[in-house]
Design a protein around this ligand. Structure first.
Ligand SMILES: [Zn+2]
Length: 100
């Protein structure tokens, strides 16, 4: 069993940020070079995932600049879609993500 380098608890594939990042970037080498870490133990990624099946207290960065707000909105959509894809690859079902 592989454990998280932050909290030392067991990491399942569907909750591993290295697999999430591989799906997000399309670069699966990241799985070989980085140890497992819970998505929820990784603030920098977790704050961009907004899905009812992943309860998190993280908030995306507060921005007042409209251009930066667009970037943050896109990152939320992309990271959340990658998270949904990871759950599906692991054989789990989620409600499909919809942007509002
Ligand atoms: Zn952890």
């Amino acid at each position: 069993m592989l454990t998280c380098d932050i909290c030392n608890l067991v990491v399942q594939k569907n909750e591993d940020v290295t697999y999430l990042e591989a799906l997000y970037t399309g670069d699966f080498n990241t799985v070989m070079y980085h140890g497992p870490r819970h998505i929820l133990c990784d603030f920098s990624r977790a704050r961009y995932i907004q899905h009812p099946d992943l309860p998190t207290t993280y908030m995306p960065p507060f921005v007042t600049n409209s251009l930066l707000a667009k970037v943050v909105e896109r990152r939320i959509e992309e990271w959340t879609n990658s998270w949904v894809q990871l759950q599906q690859v692991c054989g789990l079902t989620t409600n499909m993500y919809t942007m509002h």
